[in-house]
Design a binder for this molecule. Structure first.
Ligand SMILES: [Zn+2]
Length: 897
């Protein structure tokens, strides 16, 4: 034990004694416990220990404990604080933020919010009104902890930050209070944190196990990083699918904080990261934002240097993808930051060099950067407020360039069009809707089409969300090409493509001039279809939309007999494309015509699907209802492979898509139990992305699975799952992975010597060091466009152009005609990209390669998705194919039911 150091392993009685003996003053060069040097504390503010019974850093605080402490602080300081719930997690836990300001600020909180909202739209203000608001408004600082639930130390750092902002006397605290309004979100992911905390408490003994393989520090599947549906909430700021993030985005727009900090942990062997971030930057950052990031970084560095803490900046964590907690706020004119601390992943962890990282180390460092951030915002309050105003003014004035308008015609999947518009409204983007038909920039705009101008305060967000590309800096790209030529990994942190129109498969057309009757769209009055008319025969539901998918799922779940037409029909002069659903009275004899009409009407209302009554089954062109191409679609019972070796994101996101976007139940089954006879209860088994399924299943499991498919099961295998199904040892899918086209051939030379060569120049040397038989270079997450094969039910309802998010290097050869179908395949190289930078040789090799394949196996069916159609639950376009696979697949097997 070092001097007066806080010792987190001691029983609290001993600890109290030690703290009493030790002075609260610290050497300038080191802070050895969680606290700030040379300050005194107001005894009227309760300490963590007085409320929870342990000192900061001594225990990993649960969500309930954190909330209890914040309650105690707010009871002790009611005039300076406010504790507000902003969302509920899937498991029912409240998400809160704790506001701290001086009494004046807190007494006029509504005025402060209104002031920031007014500054956010500066075109409506005069210069003197802006000056007055800038003079009086506090700098609002948002400190958001623990978005990844197993990055644990940040929550306790948040509690210490709250305590110090209320209790500490001395610098820098004395000057912070009057300039700032600080919000502390103690845990952005309470479900994930509690998954970690419960696991840790279950495995903890009498003292910390510091080994990297200690049970308490190695979580079982799924780790606490993700929320209930296993989403990475720090990627959801763009698709906005999870309640935790939806609540945060809404709250952000109440306050428009000047800075939003997202506080994390990284590997135990690392040190500490704070901004400035690494390259590449999203091109819509402005210089003033980079300067502010630099100012925050310099101040945090000042404190870290003073305390002797190691750190790094400008590496690893970039600022390119706009859907992080540290990037999204930038597109509203604030700045966002990520802080990362080496994780103890428990109470203490041993680094490879023998050093011990403690939980208290993490709490202390995150606490110091939290205070350093508040101090920077306080000192620069006025200039940062003016930067915020200028960002929004310049966007509103269109100084970022780009098209003036983005047109979203109400065509194709109309439910996806509405969803895109509603999503943009949630992001704080102003949307208008047309009230008359019009034509602009060669596009027909039916009534109810949407218009999004880039000439608005969030105009740069409009551009990065709606444009296909957000280009990276040329010099950054050429450096990456140089690295790749040397066989080094490209320095990219996350996906490169995120264009919302590509994700949703919605047409968005840039246009500089449009003149049409219009109204403001607020996001809440999305039109629903007319209720269907009565019929004595049945109803048709055109396929290919999210809404029709919800209708099929709801109808199957309600026990209706639904048929699906695999061919085009023309009834009463209307053409119905492949995939149309048919609900016939004759197939549902337990209902009379009136009852069935009522049921179908209810399903139309809940799903938003267009449902058309028909009094004839005579098809003027194409198939009639009695055709073999009109197949019964019985309600499938769906199992989803769960637990190791599945990738938790893929398993969780897939479950979410079925359960929450299409309201269809799915039963997760641990991979080790797939060998059970219980498998026969299921019609569909989904293998999400995963590692070594062959090991996870074992030889018996693989045989059992193959036998189940052979007898009529439908196997839907995605990315890693497809790799397993297509492997030679398993042989469920007749395709093969490709090597890099034009790569160096394998040298079949055996033995210890090779023939002599003369390397005449540098180029020859570079050739000589290339690896043999290389795989294609990995894609970091790029949207690739596909084409459909028009002759398979698996692509029914899909218009050309639906995009998939492709990660990795799994290029497959197309299936031959005798092997099966390439239901969707990637576009020609010139049309391939739908968002994100593509290396040239990837662009060539991925063209015309399969994206979704199907092959019969015995009486069953194997469907392979090269890339997850459920990626982050954001690929609404690809979901239509996914629904075809899981909800229609069983209707297309030879299984006897
Ligand atoms: Zn993290």
């Amino acid at each position: 034990m070092r001097g007066c150091a806080f010792h987190q392993f001691s029983p609290s009685v001993l600890l109290t004694t030690l703290l009493t003996l030790c002075s609260f003053a610290f050497a300038d060069t080191a802070v050895e416990r969680v606290g700030w040097p040379e300050v005194t504390y107001d005894p009227a503010v309760p300490t963590l220990e007085s409320v929870l019974g342990y000192a900061p850093g001594e225990q990993i605080t649960s969500i309930e404990q954190a909330h209890a402490y914040l309650h105690a602080l707010s009871e002790a300081q009611p005039a300076r604080t406010r504790l507000i719930e902003y969302a509920r997690s899937w498991e029912g836990r409240p998400l809160v933020y704790f506001l701290i300001g001086n009494e004046l600020t807190m007494s006029r909180l509504d005025e402060v919010k209104a002031g920031m909202q007014a500054l956010a739209d500066p075109a409506d203000l005069s210069g003197s009104e802006i000056d007055a608001l800038v003079a009086e408004l506090p700098a609002i600082v948002w400190l958001a902890y623990g978005v990844h639930g197993n990055e644990i130390s940040s929550t306790d750092a948040g509690l210490q930050t709250a305590y110090h902002l209320l209790a500490a006397m001395g610098e820098p605290f004395d000057t912070i209070g009057d300039n700032t309004l600080v919000a502390i979100d103690p845990s952005q992911n309470p479900d994930g944190r509690m998954r970690f905390v419960n696991h840790f408490r279950e495995t903890y003994g009498i003292e910390p196990s510091v080994s990297a393989i200690a049970a308490e520090r190695r979580e079982p599947w799924p780790a606490g990083r993700t929320n209930h549906y296993l989403f990475d909430l720090n990627r959801d700021w763009l698709p906005l699918t999870q309640p935790e993030v939806i609540g945060r985005v809404k709250t952000f727009q109440e306050y428009f904080p000047l800075v939003h900090v997202d506080i994390h942990e990284m590997g135990t062997d690392s040190s500490y990261f704070f901004p400035p971030p690494a390259q590449p930057f999203n091109p819509h950052y402005v210089d003033a934002q980079q300067e502010m990031l630099d100012a925050y970084g310099r101040n945090n560095a000042k404190w870290f240097d003073r305390f002797g803490f190691e750190y790094f900046t400008q590496a690893v964590y970039d600022a390119y993808y706009p859907g992080y907690g540290d990037s999204w706020p930038a597109f509203h004119g604030s700045v966002g930051m990520t802080f990362e601390m080496a994780s103890a992943r428990g109470m203490a962890g041993e680094r490879r060099n023998g050093e011990i990282v403690t939980y208290a180390d993490g709490v202390q460092r995150h606490f110091v950067t939290s205070i350093g951030t508040v101090e920077t915002a306080s000192v620069n309050r006025e200039s940062f407020l003016r930067n915020f105003v200028e960002y929004r003014r310049s966007a509103d004035a269109g100084e970022h360039g780009g098209a003036r308008e983005y047109l979203i015609p109400l065509t194709g999947d109309r439910s996806a069009v509405h969803k895109l518009a509603a999503n943009l409204v949630r992001h704080g983007i102003e949307i208008r809707r047309t009230t008359e038909t019009a034509r602009a920039c060669d596009v027909e705009l039916p009534v109810g089409s949407y218009l999004v101008t880039s000439r608005q305060p969030a105009g740069r967000m409009v551009r990065t969300f709606l444009e296909t590309e957000s280009p990276m800096a040329e010099e950054f790209l050429s450096e990456q090409e140089r690295r790749r030529s040397l066989g080094l990994r490209a320095e990219l942190y996350d996906i490169l493509g995120w264009s919302l129109p590509s994700l949703y498969n919605v047409d968005v057309v840039p246009c500089d001039r449009v003149s049409v009757g219009e109204e403001r769209f607020e996001g809440d009055n999305i039109p629903v279809y007319e209720p269907p008319a009565a019929s004595q025969l049945g109803w048709l539901v055109p396929w290919g939309s999210q809404a029709a998918g919800r209708f099929l799922a709801a109808a199957q779940r309600a026990g209706l007999q639904v048929q699906g037409a695999d061919e085009v029909m023309t009834l009463a002069n209307r053409r119905y494309d492949r995939g149309t659903l048919v609900v016939r009275l004759a197939d549902n004899p337990e209902y009379d015509a009136g009852e069935l009409h009522r049921v179908v009407s209810q399903l139309a209302e809940v799903s938003g699907a267009e449902v058309v009554a028909t009094d004839t089954s005579y098809s003027e062109e194409g198939v009639s209802f009695g055709s073999r191409s009109v197949m019964a679609l019985p309600a499938p019972r769906i199992a989803l492979a769960w637990d190791d070796p599945t990738v938790s994101y893929s398993a969780g996101n897939t479950r979410f898509v079925l359960e929450r976007q299409f309201a269809y139940p799915v039963e997760p089954v641990r991979v080790e139990h797939i060998a059970s006879d219980e498998l026969d209860r299921f019609d569909v088994l989904i293998l999400p992305d995963g590692g070594n399924y062959a090991n996870g299943l074992g030889a018996r499991g693989v045989e059992r699975l193959k036998n189940w498919v052979e007898r009529g099961g439908v196997l839907v295998a995605m990315s890693g799952g497809m790799r397993f199904a297509a492997s030679d040892a398993v042989g469920l899918l007749p395709t093969d992975l490709e090597l890099l086209a034009g790569g160096k051939e394998a040298n079949d030379d055996e033995g210890d010597v090779v023939g002599g060569t003369i390397l005449v120049d540098q180029d020859a040397y570079q050739q000589a060091i290339l690896p043999e038989a290389p795989r294609p270079d990995s894609l970091p997450g790029v949207l690739l466009r596909t084409k459909t094969t028009q002759d398979t039910w698996l692509s029914a309802g899909v218009t050309d152009g639906v995009a998939f998010m492709v990660e990795g290097r799994d290029v497959y050869r197309p299936l031959t005609l005798d092997e099966g179908w390439n239901a969707l395949y990637f576009e020609a190289s010139e049309n391939l990209g739908a968002g994100g930078h593509l290396w040239a040789e990837n662009r060539q090799q991925w063209a015309f390669k399969p994206a979704v394949v199907q092959a019969n196996y015995g009486d069953g069916l194997v469907i392979g998705f090269v890339a997850d159609p459920t990626f982050r639950a954001a690929l609404d376009g690809a979901n239509v194919v996914f629904l075809n696979a899981v909800l229609r697949g069983p209707g297309h097997t030879a299984r006897v039911r």
